[in-house]
Design a binder for this molecule. Structure first.
Ligand SMILES: Nc1ncnc2c1ncn2[C@@H]1O[C@H](COP(=O)(O)OP(=O)(O)OP(=O)(O)O)[C@@H](O)[C@H]1O
Length: 764
């Protein structure tokens, strides 16, 4: 780029920034006006709602008036929201209006056209684009293309153009800090600078440096099952969030943020990512953890958490594998399909201690329904018949003595409350009015029965699940004795209002498949981060619950904490078989961005097939392995590392295998350092020294990491591989492995020989 070009770019930024400031001023005025207008209309609405209600004519008029007023309020509020959003966009752009420029020459055009790309689009007063939104079809050329002929997708099909120039900018507060031309996807130079900086408490958007394969994930609009397998630090979570922003733009007329649901691993993580979408000018999607979702669905039962299972070393056994499998859920489905009415666990409904509908009566109703109908229809028909019978019983009861007695004891106030909006003139005579009130009284009393029917209490899903377990033969790997013991444990758990995680998704599946209820058809996109920690059974249940949602499953099979590591291909095959989908797609990300080259190289070396991991070329110190003799020495080393790192102003995370270890370390360090013990209740990581059990460090990153006690005793087998790999890959700039006694065999000898780390043996 020559000097004149540089000068022109600087002038352009100045002009665009000036234009933005002008727009900001205009938008601020518009916001003030809109706010004043909303206030005025709302005040008016307040006055108008206190009108006379006594006369019938007045009432009708008031209703129409109110509707009109309400519409007006809605309109002004909507207008206010629009102008505020506009203002926010201008303000955001004013700091850094764009980050890229592409010069494209369409076939037949005489000269190339320069297009500038930023987080939102901007037009001048003549309707010409000063900035193109990064999500616009043409912008994909910036991320995907190298110079020469390029293709991009538009709503009207694929287009071809020639990319003549690609330029990148770093603009801060309206000034160009850095700019250069590049022929790469998005130049390493900018990426180097971004990745080399210190960790922040919040994940940042990656809009300026999205890589080609990440772009594929972001812009996919076809797949109904998108599986992203990406190595640690490959930008899966970042791409997921950029993808949501892209979808909201791409389908803005049919999709809004409340129709997108993200299952995140824990609340800390939810907090960690919450600024990304707002920084791209979009509202956040809905977020939930699987734990919270289950707890809400099984009110009254305490659902065991994954962390509790992990802490209790109950992560994997042939039995839990079986219950987590597709075969188990398929067996539930087949079992339910073949149930005869007498095998269904109906229960009687009681009213004031006496049977109101007996289990036999419910079964009778069910048996009379055409058994060829789908299960859910049969269930619904049974429910409707029960409600009909309840209504008939209400009509029968109206003239019973107890009702008449109750009517006589009603106070005037109670009587009028039962009359509700009716007044005596609405009835033919007093008898009709009394019957009306009597019916209300009976209905009120029998409301409990109605609620019980409505809430499906005439069927016991837990007994049905027990009956299912009893008739099932598990896989050969599960012994008959274990199977019996497990069933007993399920029953015992219920007595204490507890349910184990392994039974949760299966019970819910059984319940919702049988009743056809609790399906959420509103959600159009479902995202699951850290999907390697989900069982197929859980995913099948989620698919049943969100039948219309396109599934986006994002994870790293090598970071499996709660089960053994498996290959991406094997995972996809299992998912394809388990979830009914038409367009499955697997995208693999092999390049790791988070950590320095030496850290990524060491971390990959512990994986049996770690060769596919491509470390981003960012220089850094070799990781350090310290072997010491005692726990006390571990602490001494930790203290000295923290001091060194704090001098560099880096955040330090001590990552442990368990909560217990973390608590002990915290007790020892809390008087010396400003530190935080991270628990599953934590919402933020606002301290420079953090002590985190590994399952809460999922998805997060820190400047320096101390992997706590990676000894042979603490990491004895291959089952701990995912845990160790996850710990190591949380480090961005510095990694320390501390071991009391000989280090685990999971760190291969070749890593020590090469050497991929510096060994420091103390007093061993
Ligand atoms: N294209 C990119 N440009 C700039 N930074 C990037 C890019 N891709 C990833 N990063 C950075 O790399 C780090 C890791 O990204 P992210 O957390 O999204 O990865 P991940 O695959 O979800 O990691 P993990 O599975 O290990 O938790 C983040 O700091 C992120 O900002």
């Amino acid at each position: 780029m020559n000097q004149q070009e540089e000068q022109e770019e600087r002038e352009r930024v100045t002009q665009v920034t000036a234009f933005l400031h002008h727009q900001i001023k205009k938008a601020q005025l518009a916001v003030q006006k809109a706010q004043a207008e909303s206030e005025r209309v709302q005040k008016n609405y307040g006055t108008n709602t206190s009108v006379n209600y006594l006369e019938a004519d007045d009432r009708i008029e008031t209703k129409a008036d109110l509707q009109q007023q309400r519409n007006l309020v809605n309109r002004t509020v909507e207008n206010e929201t629009i102008v505020k959003k506009q203002l926010a966009t201008y303000q955001q752009l004013s700091h850094s209006p764009y980050f890229g420029r592409i010069d494209v020459q369409d076939p037949g055009a005489l000269i190339p056209e320069p297009l500038y790309i930023g987080t939102a689009s901007l037009m001048n007063d003549n309707g010409e684009f000063l900035i193109h939104d990064w999500r616009a079809p043409i912008s994909s050329v910036y991320y995907n293309g190298t110079l020469g002929p390029v293709h991009y997708q538009t709503p009207n099909g694929e287009q071809t153009t020639t990319l003549k120039k690609k330029r990148q900018f770093k603009i801060k507060d309206g000034h160009i800090i850095h700019m250069f031309d590049t022929n790469e996807t998005v130049g390493d130079e900018l990426l180097q600078a971004t990745l080399g900086s210190k960790s922040s408490e919040q994940l940042q958007n990656i809009v300026a440096t999205i890589q080609r394969e990440q772009n594929d994930i972001i812009r996919d609009v076809h797949s109904d099952l998108l599986v992203v397998q990406g190595v640690a630090g490959s930008g899966k979570t970042s791409a997921l969030l950029q993808r949501i922003a892209f979808l909201l733009y791409h389908s803005r007329n049919e999709l809004n943020a409340s129709q997108i649901l993200l299952f995140s691993p824990n609340l800390l993580f939810s907090n960690y990512i919450k600024e990304v979408l707002p920084s791209l000018g979009e509202r956040n999607m809905r977020q939930v953890t699987l734990q919270a979702f289950f707890a809400q669905r099984l009110e009254g039962l305490r659902v065991e958490t994954r962390f509790e299972r992990y802490e209790a070393h109950q992560v994997q056994s042939p039995l839990s594998d079986f219950k987590a499998s597709q075969a188990f859920i398929d067996a539930i489905r087949t079992y339910l399909q073949n149930l005869t009415p007498d095998q269904i666990c109906f229960t009687g409904l009681y009213f004031q201690g006496e049977i109101f509908f007996s289990a036999a009566e419910v079964q009778n109703i069910y048996a009379r329904i055409n058994q060829k109908l789908p299960l859910a229809d049969r269930f619904l028909k049974t429910k409707n018949t029960l409600i009909k019978r309840l209504k008939a019983r209400i009509n029968e009861e109206v003239h019973e003595d107890w009702v008449l007695d109750e009517l006589d004891t009603l106070s005037d106030e109670q009587y009028h409350a039962y009359l509700g909006e009716h007044d005596p003139a609405d009835f033919l005579d007093f008898d009709e009015e009394r019957d009306y009130v009597a019916k209300k009284v009976v209905k009120d009393r029998l409301r409990v029965v109605y609620d019980a029917i409505y809430n499906d209490q005439f069927w016991d899903q837990y007994s049905q699940y027990q009956a299912f377990l009893q008739q099932l033969t598990p896989t050969a790997a599960v012994s008959a004795a274990d199977w019996k013991r497990d069933q007993r444990a399920f029953t015992d758990g219920l007595e204490y209002h507890r349910i184990r995680l392994t039974d949760t998704a299966p019970v819910l599946f059984l319940q919702d498949y049988f009743t056809g209820e609790n399906h959420n058809r509103r959600i159009k996109y479902l995202f699951i981060d850290e999907v390697q920690d989900y069982s197929v059974a859980e995913l099948m249940y989620l698919k049943l619950t969100f039948p219309r949602a396109k599934f986006n499953l994002i994870g790293d099979s090598e970071q499996a904490l709660f089960k053994d590591v498996e290959t991406a291909q094997a995972l996809l095959q299992r998912l394809e078989a388990a979830l009914p989908v038409k367009y499955p797609r697997l995208i693999t990300l092999n390049r790791s961005y988070r950590s320095t080259y030496p850290i990524t190289t060491l971390a990959s070396s512990i994986l049996p097939a770690g060769d596919h991991i491509e470390a981003f070329n960012r220089d850094g110190d070799l990781p350090i392995l310290m072997e010491v003799a005692t726990d006390q020495q571990l602490l001494e080393q930790t203290t000295s590392i923290i001091k060194t790192e704090r001098q560099r102003d880096e955040t330090v995370a001590i990552i442990t295998k368990t909560k217990e270890e973390a608590t002990q370390i915290y007790q020892q360090l809390r008087h010396q350092f400003d530190c935080l013990l991270v628990t599953d209740k934590a919402r933020s990581l606002s301290k420079p020294v953090l002590i985190v059990p590994v399952y809460l460090a999922k998805g997060l990153e820190f400047d320096a990491v101390i992997a706590w006690n990676v000894s042979k005793t603490n990491f004895p087998t291959q089952h701990e591989l995912g845990t160790l790999y996850t710990m190591m890959t949380r480090a961005m700039h510095h990694l320390y492995l501390l071991s009391a006694g000989p280090v685990t065999n999971l760190i291969p000898i070749r890593a020590l020989q090469k050497p991929l780390l510096i060994t420091d043996k103390k007093a061993l």
